[in-house]
Design a protein around this ligand. Structure first.
Ligand code: SF4
Length: 389
């Protein structure tokens, strides 16, 4: 029997089929229905209509490396396993020489993006952040530097005793190309005060996003789910992000981030299920009609869920992450892997029945020739002066 929309969607979701086909904006009530219906297949079916309208079978990936320059942090977020604490990870703070060494470790791997975030470490001076960006650009000329969440940007401005606008302008001059997501987790005053009260609140986070947009920076959006947030708060988060995108137009991608409770203060929480992971991808795709891309970050969602997610609204599988310390390090939590080779990534996408397309950070499709000629690290490197950290 044919898999017609009415059979897949049933009476409950069929009204949304008309809206999705007509490209109408979905309401808060629609979002809540998508979050709560037991018909996950129907939700995925709707999201896939939007995904294929925008991108066909293409699935994007990027060659990137993550650098987490310090895990010392004074924000103490309850969901965070990354920051240094008693009985947890030992504190570290990378010197510029160590950052350089991290980058050179993968110098023979062609990369187009360095993704750099860290804790809020009050010992790091303003000049450190500028030199950090300059170091990356020197070791990897031509690479796109995606760095510093909104919380870090506010700390950098505080260290420099300058405005957020000025800090962003100085970072852009040093080589900053875009801001990553993160820093707000979920736009809810309740969750903010319960889990991450020392960080920026929602309005402060939005102000940094507006300042970045004004200076021409692109930014990535995220939503951390699977902790204490409700379905209503998830939908409200997506609607607030959608409204901000209407205003600024500077967000490139939404990445729903699957919470990992291991080694956090929320270890007693079971964490997201496969249903949660697929549903949040699909609901994001359907609610964010003004976003071009929805990403399944395989390192948090796992490779198998990411393969499924490519049929639930995701058109991006992130990258060939070389090292990632925010959620777990190599060897921890069942030795989860931290990198995929390009061949692994291509096979993962093809096996899921999609077409792999390599992209740069701004979603331009790139060829291997471009990759070879622009981003390989030079063989001889000149030293930068060390920052006093
Ligand atoms: Fe610090 Fe970020 Fe972890 Fe919060 S999430 S404790 S700001 S490193």
């Amino acid at each position: 029997m044919a898999l017609t929309p009415d059979r897949v969607l049933g009476a409950e979701l069929l009204p949304l089929y008309e809206k999705v086909q007509n490209q109408e904006r979905l309401s808060r009530e629609d979002g809540l229905l998508l979050c709560t219906t037991p018909n996950l297949t129907g939700v995925g079916y709707l999201a896939n209509i939007v995904r294929e309208r925008k991108h066909g079978a293409k699935t994007y990936y990027v060659r990137n490396q993550h650098v987490n320059y310090t895990n010392i942090c004074n924000k103490f977020c309850k969901f965070c396993s990354f920051y240094a604490k008693k009985g947890g990870p030992a504190p570290y703070q990378m010197s510029l020489a160590e950052v350089r060494e991290r980058l050179e470790r993968h110098r023979d791997v062609p990369l187009t993006e360095i993704h750099m975030v860290g804790g809020i470490n009050p010992r790091l001076p303003y000049s450190y952040y500028l030199d950090l960006v300059r170091t990356v650009k020197e070791v990897r000329p031509g690479v796109h530097v995606k760095a510093f969440t909104a919380v870090e940007i506010v700390e950098i401005a505080r260290q420099g005793k300058v405005t957020v606008d000025q800090a962003l302008a100085d970072l852009i001059e040093a080589g900053l190309d875009s801001l990553p997501g993160g820093g707000i987790e979920i736009l809810s005053d309740r969750v903010h005060s319960e889990l991450f009260g020392k960080k920026l609140n929602g309005e402060e986070w939005k102000d940094v996003a507006r300042a970045a947009a004004k200076l021409g920076l692109k930014q990535y959006a995220t939503m951390l789910y699977g902790h204490i947030e409700t379905d209503e708060e998830r939908v409200d988060h997506l609607i607030q992000i959608r409204e901000l995108q209407d205003e600024t137009g500077h967000f490139l991608t939404m990445t729903p981030l699957s919470f990992h409770p291991e080694a956090t203060e929320l270890e007693h929480i079971a964490g997201p299920t496969g249903d949660d992971d697929l549903r949040n991808i699909a609901v994001s795709r359907l609610m964010l009609d003004n976003f071009d891309h929805i990403k399944s970050f395989w390192i948090m969602n796992t490779v198998p869920i990411t393969q499924m997610a490519l049929w639930y609204g995701a058109d991006d599988a992130d990258g060939l992450v070389q090292e990632y310390e925010i959620t777990y390090k190599a060897g921890e939590f069942g030795n989860k892997r931290q990198y995929l080779t390009a061949e692994n990534m291509i096979r993962m996408i093809q096996e899921a029945g999609r077409i792999p397309v390599e992209r740069d950070s701004l979603y331009h499709e790139i060829t291997s020739d471009q990759l070879e000629s622009t981003v390989r690290a030079p063989r001889s490197l000149t030293a930068l002066p060390m920052a006093a950290v």
